[in-house]
Design a protein around this ligand. Structure first.
Ligand code: PGA
Length: 234
């Protein structure tokens, strides 16, 4: 089981220090991946079962790209995983082509991408979601070697579920997981979108589930502790 924590654009330097103290007290057997903001990556100190992740990476290598942070720079700070293609970034204009380039830059440095995919509410209502999912996955996986595909982590995050308290039914999650498995049978699959300590026991029953990507809950160490205890019952 993998629990990836997406802090998004939260926590100042001081707040992160306090947060990290609290989060390192969380008792767990599962593998956590903490993804702080870019600056707090430099303030991370290793603790049990917790890997360092990033929330974004430049699609370019090092060089004249003002404001960008490259995969090599992330690597030099101990980053081993990186979220790519989060819907909040896609909404700001990130394209499938950008996302593919970012994934390639990460693999060049040996960083494992956590590729976020997911449909909007309209796309689900109008039955377009399977095409959206297939396109978001294949636009990246078509450029990968078999070995790279085997190491990929995919996070299914329905956009309408992120931060809203709405979650899909298990059969809806499993349908998407099955589509992903048909394209990349060996990738790990996470669920993300309003997952919390109250609904985790239900989502845990989903076939093919390898873990979670948590936004809001990542900022609440006490609730996270309860969440993790429930995932360990799986
Ligand atoms: P949420 O966010 O858990 O707050 O819904 C998940 C995400 O955006 O990765």
């Amino acid at each position: 089981m993998i629990i990836a924590l997406n802090n998004k654009s939260n926590l100042t330097k001081q707040e992160f220090r306090e947060y990290q103290n609290a989060i390192s007290d969380v008792r767990t057997e599962v593998n956590m991946i903490l993804c702080p903001n870019m600056l707090n990556i430099a303030n991370f100190s290793t603790f049990n079962n917790c890997y360092l992740g990033a929330q974004n990476v430049s699609k370019y290598p090092n060089g004249a790209h003002t404001g960008e942070v490259s995969a090599e720079q992330l690597k030099s700070h101990g980053v081993s995983f990186c979220i790519v293609g989060h819907s909040e970034r896609r909404e700001d204009g990130e394209t499938d082509e950008d996302i593919k380039e970012k994934v390639l830059r990460l693999y060049e440095q040996g960083i494992i991408p956590i590729l976020c995919i997911g449909e909007s509410f309209r796309e689900r209502q109008e039955g377009e979601y399977t095409d959206v999912i297939i396109n978001e996955v294949t636009s990246v996986t078509d450029a990968l070697t078999e070995e790279q595909k085997n190491r990929l982590i995919i996070a299914y995050e329905p956009i309408w579920s992120i931060g809203t308290g709405m979650i899909p039914e298990n059969y809806e999650i499993e349908e998407v997981f099955r589509i992903i498995k048909q394209i990349v049978p060996n990738s790990k699959i996470l669920y993300g979108g309003s997952a919390n300590e109250k609904n985790v026991s239900t989502i845990n029953k989903c076939k093919y589930l390898d873990g979670y990507l948590l936004g809001g809950l990542s900022l609440k160490p006490q609730e996270l502790q309860v969440f993790i205890e429930k995932t360990e019952e799986k």
